[in-house]
Structures are given as C-alpha cells and as structure tokens.
Write a protein that binds this ligand. Structure first.
Ligand code: SF4
Length: 301
C-alpha cells in the first residue's frame, strides 16, 4: 500500500497568517489571548492553540473582559460593530482578518455606498458573511441557489453580485448567468423601460478555486481518498464534493478514530488531502495511523 499526502493540501496562506499572528501574540502576552469564534474550523488546531493560552469567546463576551485584554479577529473577519464594542470597552483588537476577506468587505462597502442592491452568494450565518452583512448595514440579500436569487433579487434596481470567498465557482457562474438572462427578459417584457445595471464580482478565493483542478487529478490518481477536515469547514465541504465527484471511494474524516478497515479493501494507492484549514501535522498523523493499522492487512489481500 502506498500512502501519499496531497502536496497542495494544508493551510492556505490566509490561515497560516492568522495562526502566525495568534502564536506571536500568545508569545508576547502574559495572560490569555481571546479569539472571537473558533480560530479555524479544525478541532485539532484549536486544541493545540488552546494549550498555548488561546481562549475562544463570542462577541457578547467582550463587555465582560478586563480592559486591555487582547482579542484576535480570525481570518473570516468581523462586522464593524465588533470593533466599536471593543473600543467602547477598552479591549485591544488584534486583527488577523485574511486580506482577501478585507478586500471583499471594502468592495461591498463601496458598492453599498453607491446605492447598489448587494447580493451575496453564501451562507447567511457563516462568519465571513456576517462580517460582509455588517459592512452594508445588513441591507444585502444572501442567496445559496439560482431559484432563491430569482425569487428575491429585484432586478429593476442596479445590482451587484459577490461571493463568499469559499463558495463553489460553477454555482456562482450559474447565478451570474441566470440573473443576466432574467434582466434581458425583463427588458423585453417591459419594452426597455427599466434601467438595469448588473455586475457580477467573482470574489471566490484563488486558494480554493485554484486547487480544484489539482485536487481532481489527485483524486483520480489514487484508489481511495481520505479527506481530512473539520465538519464545520465550509471550504472542506466544497473541496470534498470535488474529490467525491472524481473518486467514489472518498471518505471525509475529522478524526483518525473514524477510519474504517473496509475502506482500504484491495486498495494500493491511498491519497490523503484536506481543506484550507487542515493542518499538515494532522495529515501526517492520519498517514501514520493508516500505515500502522491498515497497510499490512491490505498487503496480505
Ligand atoms: S481560503 Fe482564501 S480567503 Fe479564506 S482564509 Fe484562505 S486565503 Fe483567505
């Protein structure tokens, strides 16, 4: 049995940066450092940083922190309200928002200020989308499907479509095309009396979109794929779907205890990969575990 870790798997640079900022802050700080929500959607990495003094809190906890406490904002970003509450209570913000997300927030704010109807392809309660909703005063329409967009978007208004950075590009393009088509129909139906303006801004992160082709190849090259990610990772779900569409023998695990011997029946080539929030060190552990528990059994079949 040959077990390979996907050379392109592991943290994206935005997560690497966030974890580095957290570790530097922990090193230079005497007491605890707080983070708003899980620093990344990976229980192993959360545990590792918790052992160094990183405490996960919610936004509602900020007022009860001692003044001068340090609160880290993770890669997903936060709405402006969070910064305001922190200032009010004398809490220091360590801003580790991924620059890609900051850019998305800036673009949304710009179009909002220009009076556009903002449409976001994303999950309404995902932390990144909560931040984006905050920068436009929650006056945006968050959609997850074409049907929802056609129902809810008023195409008589000038409109701009954005995407949460970790959504899948094919659906984003379907949304763009469906809205463009609907506008063309409206123009005909209303005999050119409506003033339409529509922009689609592809704000899907290159770290997610760019990985798809390599991931497809990796999935095809192996008999079995073990996909390692936190179950709450949005990017993990998207990338796992990509892997699954190429290789039916793909399995999602969060923990090595979920590995099943029957997955490896007759398999020669095992590939291990993961989301942009899956630490390299944990994939190494998964590899060791597979080799230790299943390599001999498979070799004897
Ligand atoms: S996936 Fe992209 S947007 Fe998200 S944290 Fe990583 S680099 Fe930033």
């Amino acid at each position: 049995m040959n077990v390979t870790i996907d050379p392109r798997a592991g943290f994206c640079w935005g997560v690497v940066r966030t974890v580095q900022i957290a570790e530097e802050t922990l090193r230079s700080n005497e007491g605890a450092v707080y983070v708003l929500g899980d620093i990344i959607h990976n229980p192993r990495e959360i545990e590792r940083l918790r052992a160094q003094g990183l405490v996960t809190i919610a936004r509602e906890d900020i007022p009860s922190l001692p003044p001068g406490s340090k609160v880290l904002i993770r890669a997903h970003g936060e709405p402006p309200e969070t910064y305001r509450i922190a200032r009010q209570h004398g809490v220091e913000i360590i801003d580790a928002t991924c620059p890609v997300v900051t850019k998305l927030q800036e673009r949304v704010r710009k179009f909002y200020d220009l009076g556009y109807q903002i449409v976001v392809f994303g999950k309404p309660n995902h932390a990144e989308v909560v931040g984006v909703r905050g920068v436009c005063n929650d006056e945006c329409i968050v959609v997850q499907s074409v049907g929802e967009a056609l129902d809810r978007v008023d195409l008589r208004r000038k409109t701009v479509l954005f995407s949460q950075t970790t959504m899948d590009r094919p659906t984003f393009l379907q949304l763009r095309d469906a809205l463009t088509e609907r506008i063309a129909e409206l123009v005909v139906e209303e005999m050119g009396t409506i003033a339409t303006e529509f922009h689609a801004k592809d704000t899907i992160c290159g770290q997610v979109a760019g990985r798809e082709n390599d991931l497809r190849r990796f999935a095809r090259e192996n008999d079995v794929i073990i996909f390692v990610a936190g179950r709450r990772s949005s990017n993990g779900k998207v990338l796992f779907d990509v892997v699954r569409s190429e290789n039916e023998r793909s399995y999602f695990i969060e923990d090595t205890s979920e590995l099943r011997p029957e997955w490896f029946d007759g398999a020669e080539r095992i590939g291990i990969t993961g989301a942009t929030s899956t630490p390299q060190w944990y994939m190494n552990q998964v590899k060791d575990e597979i080799v230790r528990r299943f390599a001999t059994a498979s070799a004897t079949q």
